[in-house]
Design a protein around this ligand. Structure first.
Ligand SMILES: Cc1cc2nc3c(=O)[nH]c(=O)nc-3n(C[C@H](O)[C@H](O)[C@H](O)COP(=O)(O)O)c2cc1C
Length: 221
Protein backbone atom coordinates (compact mmCIF):
# COMPACT_ATOMS: atom_id res chain seq x y z
CA UNK A 1 0.00 0.00 0.00
CA UNK A 2 1.29 3.47 -0.76
CA UNK A 3 0.02 6.97 -1.30
CA UNK A 4 1.34 10.03 -2.99
CA UNK A 5 -0.09 13.19 -1.43
CA UNK A 6 2.68 15.50 -2.58
CA UNK A 7 0.44 17.49 -4.89
CA UNK A 8 -2.42 17.86 -2.43
CA UNK A 9 -2.56 21.56 -1.55
CA UNK A 10 -4.93 23.83 0.27
CA UNK A 11 -4.54 27.58 0.14
CA UNK A 12 -4.78 28.97 3.64
CA UNK A 13 -6.67 32.20 3.92
CA UNK A 14 -7.24 32.86 7.58
CA UNK A 15 -7.85 36.21 9.20
CA UNK A 16 -4.60 37.96 10.08
CA UNK A 17 -3.33 37.91 13.61
CA UNK A 18 -1.68 41.23 14.41
CA UNK A 19 -0.04 42.21 17.69
CA UNK A 20 -2.06 45.43 17.76
CA UNK A 21 -5.36 43.54 17.63
CA UNK A 22 -4.80 40.89 20.30
CA UNK A 23 -5.74 41.22 23.99
CA UNK A 24 -3.13 41.18 26.76
CA UNK A 25 -4.70 38.04 28.24
CA UNK A 26 -4.54 34.94 26.00
CA UNK A 27 -7.70 33.39 27.47
CA UNK A 28 -9.61 36.32 25.96
CA UNK A 29 -8.23 35.55 22.50
CA UNK A 30 -8.94 31.83 23.01
CA UNK A 31 -12.52 32.65 24.06
CA UNK A 32 -12.92 34.68 20.86
CA UNK A 33 -11.50 31.91 18.67
CA UNK A 34 -13.41 29.03 20.24
CA UNK A 35 -16.67 30.92 20.01
CA UNK A 36 -15.94 31.45 16.30
CA UNK A 37 -15.20 27.72 16.05
CA UNK A 38 -18.62 26.99 17.57
CA UNK A 39 -20.20 29.35 15.04
CA UNK A 40 -18.43 27.29 12.35
CA UNK A 41 -19.90 24.17 13.96
CA UNK A 42 -23.37 25.69 13.77
CA UNK A 43 -22.70 26.33 10.06
CA UNK A 44 -21.85 22.63 9.66
CA UNK A 45 -18.12 23.19 9.08
CA UNK A 46 -16.67 21.70 12.27
CA UNK A 47 -17.95 18.70 14.20
CA UNK A 48 -16.50 19.17 17.70
CA UNK A 49 -14.68 22.48 18.22
CA UNK A 50 -13.90 21.51 21.83
CA UNK A 51 -11.98 18.37 20.82
CA UNK A 52 -8.28 18.82 21.47
CA UNK A 53 -5.22 16.65 21.05
CA UNK A 54 -3.60 16.11 24.42
CA UNK A 55 0.07 15.15 24.31
CA UNK A 56 1.84 13.76 27.36
CA UNK A 57 5.26 12.24 28.05
CA UNK A 58 5.54 8.50 28.51
CA UNK A 59 8.57 6.75 29.94
CA UNK A 60 8.75 3.00 29.60
CA UNK A 61 11.13 0.26 28.52
CA UNK A 62 10.77 1.73 25.00
CA UNK A 63 12.39 4.90 26.31
CA UNK A 64 10.85 8.39 26.30
CA UNK A 65 7.82 8.59 24.04
CA UNK A 66 5.36 11.36 23.20
CA UNK A 67 1.80 10.04 23.74
CA UNK A 68 -1.15 11.83 22.12
CA UNK A 69 -4.90 11.36 21.99
CA UNK A 70 -8.06 13.43 21.59
CA UNK A 71 -10.00 14.56 24.65
CA UNK A 72 -12.82 17.05 25.06
CA UNK A 73 -12.36 20.46 26.61
CA UNK A 74 -15.11 20.92 29.17
CA UNK A 75 -14.23 24.26 30.77
CA UNK A 76 -11.74 27.03 30.20
CA UNK A 77 -10.90 30.27 31.94
CA UNK A 78 -7.90 32.35 32.91
CA UNK A 79 -6.71 29.44 35.07
CA UNK A 80 -6.57 26.91 32.29
CA UNK A 81 -8.23 24.10 30.35
CA UNK A 82 -10.29 21.35 32.05
CA UNK A 83 -10.85 17.87 30.64
CA UNK A 84 -12.19 14.68 32.21
CA UNK A 85 -10.87 11.16 32.06
CA UNK A 86 -10.08 8.04 34.00
CA UNK A 87 -7.45 8.39 36.73
CA UNK A 88 -6.25 4.84 36.04
CA UNK A 89 -5.71 5.48 32.30
CA UNK A 90 -2.37 5.52 30.53
CA UNK A 91 -2.47 9.32 30.28
CA UNK A 92 -3.09 9.58 34.04
CA UNK A 93 -0.03 7.40 34.75
CA UNK A 94 2.02 9.56 32.39
CA UNK A 95 0.86 12.72 34.15
CA UNK A 96 2.00 11.31 37.51
CA UNK A 97 5.47 10.79 36.05
CA UNK A 98 5.57 14.08 34.15
CA UNK A 99 2.81 16.56 35.01
CA UNK A 100 3.47 18.57 31.82
CA UNK A 101 1.29 18.39 28.72
CA UNK A 102 0.41 20.08 25.45
CA UNK A 103 -3.16 20.59 24.26
CA UNK A 104 -3.67 21.34 20.58
CA UNK A 105 -6.77 22.61 18.81
CA UNK A 106 -6.91 22.48 15.01
CA UNK A 107 -9.84 24.22 13.38
CA UNK A 108 -9.17 23.56 9.69
CA UNK A 109 -12.09 25.47 8.18
CA UNK A 110 -10.90 28.59 10.05
CA UNK A 111 -7.23 28.00 9.14
CA UNK A 112 -6.42 28.13 12.86
CA UNK A 113 -4.39 26.16 15.37
CA UNK A 114 -3.81 26.82 19.09
CA UNK A 115 -1.14 25.11 21.19
CA UNK A 116 -1.23 25.24 24.99
CA UNK A 117 1.79 24.06 26.98
CA UNK A 118 1.73 23.81 30.74
CA UNK A 119 1.44 21.95 33.98
CA UNK A 120 -1.43 19.58 34.70
CA UNK A 121 -3.12 19.16 38.09
CA UNK A 122 -6.26 17.34 39.16
CA UNK A 123 -9.39 19.44 39.62
CA UNK A 124 -11.11 19.23 43.02
CA UNK A 125 -13.30 16.24 43.81
CA UNK A 126 -16.27 18.61 44.02
CA UNK A 127 -15.66 19.84 40.44
CA UNK A 128 -15.46 16.25 39.14
CA UNK A 129 -18.63 15.23 40.97
CA UNK A 130 -20.50 18.28 39.70
CA UNK A 131 -19.59 17.55 36.08
CA UNK A 132 -20.16 13.78 36.42
CA UNK A 133 -23.73 14.48 37.54
CA UNK A 134 -24.33 16.37 34.27
CA UNK A 135 -23.27 13.45 32.08
CA UNK A 136 -25.85 11.22 30.38
CA UNK A 137 -26.61 8.07 32.37
CA UNK A 138 -25.07 5.78 29.72
CA UNK A 139 -21.78 7.70 29.97
CA UNK A 140 -21.93 7.47 33.77
CA UNK A 141 -22.33 3.68 33.56
CA UNK A 142 -19.50 3.58 31.04
CA UNK A 143 -17.19 5.42 33.42
CA UNK A 144 -17.78 2.75 36.09
CA UNK A 145 -17.51 -0.08 33.55
CA UNK A 146 -14.27 0.90 31.83
CA UNK A 147 -10.84 0.44 33.36
CA UNK A 148 -9.63 2.78 30.66
CA UNK A 149 -6.40 1.77 28.88
CA UNK A 150 -6.23 -1.70 30.51
CA UNK A 151 -5.93 -4.77 28.30
CA UNK A 152 -9.22 -6.70 27.88
CA UNK A 153 -9.91 -10.19 26.58
CA UNK A 154 -12.40 -9.00 24.01
CA UNK A 155 -15.54 -6.98 23.42
CA UNK A 156 -17.62 -9.59 25.27
CA UNK A 157 -15.81 -8.75 28.50
CA UNK A 158 -16.56 -5.04 28.07
CA UNK A 159 -20.21 -5.66 27.26
CA UNK A 160 -20.61 -8.01 30.24
CA UNK A 161 -19.04 -5.46 32.60
CA UNK A 162 -21.24 -2.70 31.21
CA UNK A 163 -24.37 -4.84 31.73
CA UNK A 164 -23.27 -5.74 35.29
CA UNK A 165 -22.73 -2.09 36.20
CA UNK A 166 -26.03 -1.01 34.63
CA UNK A 167 -27.76 -3.74 36.68
CA UNK A 168 -25.95 -2.75 39.89
CA UNK A 169 -27.14 0.86 39.53
CA UNK A 170 -30.61 -0.01 38.19
CA UNK A 171 -32.34 1.33 41.32
CA UNK A 172 -29.95 4.21 41.92
CA UNK A 173 -31.35 7.50 40.69
CA UNK A 174 -28.10 9.48 40.66
CA UNK A 175 -25.08 7.33 39.85
CA UNK A 176 -22.12 8.56 41.95
CA UNK A 177 -18.83 9.66 40.41
CA UNK A 178 -16.32 6.77 40.50
CA UNK A 179 -13.28 7.49 42.69
CA UNK A 180 -11.11 6.60 39.68
CA UNK A 181 -12.69 9.20 37.39
CA UNK A 182 -12.27 12.97 37.31
CA UNK A 183 -10.85 16.07 35.77
CA UNK A 184 -7.52 17.66 35.10
CA UNK A 185 -6.64 21.28 34.56
CA UNK A 186 -3.84 22.22 32.20
CA UNK A 187 -2.42 25.51 33.50
CA UNK A 188 -0.58 27.01 30.53
CA UNK A 189 2.67 28.95 30.61
CA UNK A 190 2.99 29.18 26.82
CA UNK A 191 0.22 29.50 24.24
CA UNK A 192 0.72 29.79 20.50
CA UNK A 193 -2.01 31.08 18.19
CA UNK A 194 -1.50 30.19 14.52
CA UNK A 195 -3.45 31.69 11.63
CA UNK A 196 -2.85 30.19 8.19
CA UNK A 197 -2.04 32.69 5.41
CA UNK A 198 -1.41 32.54 1.67
CA UNK A 199 2.12 31.71 0.48
CA UNK A 200 2.77 29.93 3.78
CA UNK A 201 3.37 33.31 5.45
CA UNK A 202 1.35 32.27 8.45
CA UNK A 203 0.86 34.40 11.56
CA UNK A 204 2.22 32.88 14.77
CA UNK A 205 1.79 34.80 18.02
CA UNK A 206 3.12 33.28 21.22
CA UNK A 207 2.07 34.29 24.73
CA UNK A 208 4.65 33.42 27.37
CA UNK A 209 3.90 33.72 31.05
CA UNK A 210 5.94 36.45 32.77
CA UNK A 211 5.12 36.79 36.47
CA UNK A 212 1.42 37.52 36.75
CA UNK A 213 1.11 38.60 33.14
CA UNK A 214 1.98 37.56 29.61
CA UNK A 215 4.51 38.63 26.99
CA UNK A 216 3.55 38.37 23.31
CA UNK A 217 6.04 37.54 20.59
CA UNK A 218 5.96 36.52 16.93
CA UNK A 219 7.54 33.44 15.38
CA UNK A 220 8.51 32.90 11.78
CA UNK A 221 6.11 30.56 10.03
C1 LIG B 1 -13.16 13.26 19.60
C2 LIG B 1 -12.70 12.44 20.78
C3 LIG B 1 -12.94 12.91 22.06
C4 LIG B 1 -12.52 12.17 23.17
N1 LIG B 1 -12.73 12.68 24.42
C5 LIG B 1 -12.24 12.03 25.49
C6 LIG B 1 -12.34 12.60 26.79
O1 LIG B 1 -12.86 13.73 26.99
N2 LIG B 1 -11.82 11.91 27.84
C7 LIG B 1 -11.21 10.69 27.68
O2 LIG B 1 -10.76 10.12 28.67
N3 LIG B 1 -11.08 10.13 26.45
C8 LIG B 1 -11.58 10.76 25.37
N4 LIG B 1 -11.44 10.21 24.12
C9 LIG B 1 -10.72 8.94 23.99
C10 LIG B 1 -9.21 9.20 24.03
O3 LIG B 1 -8.77 9.69 22.77
C11 LIG B 1 -8.38 7.95 24.42
O4 LIG B 1 -8.70 6.85 23.59
C12 LIG B 1 -8.61 7.53 25.88
O5 LIG B 1 -8.72 8.64 26.74
C13 LIG B 1 -7.48 6.63 26.36
O6 LIG B 1 -6.25 7.31 26.25
P1 LIG B 1 -4.94 6.84 27.06
O7 LIG B 1 -4.87 5.33 26.94
O8 LIG B 1 -3.81 7.53 26.39
O9 LIG B 1 -5.11 7.28 28.50
C14 LIG B 1 -11.86 10.92 22.98
C15 LIG B 1 -11.61 10.47 21.68
C16 LIG B 1 -12.03 11.21 20.60
C17 LIG B 1 -11.71 10.71 19.22
Amino acid sequence: MSGDLRRVRVDYAGEHLREADVPAEPDELFARWISQAFAARDAGLIKEPNAMILATVEESDRGVQAAARAVLLKEYDALGLVFYTNYTSAKAAQLVQHPRATALFYWGPLFRQVRFEGTVTRVTRAESEEYFALRPRAAQVGAWASGQSSQVSGVEELEATYADVAQRFADVEQIPCPPTWGGYRLVPDRIEFWAGQPSRMHDRLVYTRVGEGWAVGRLAP
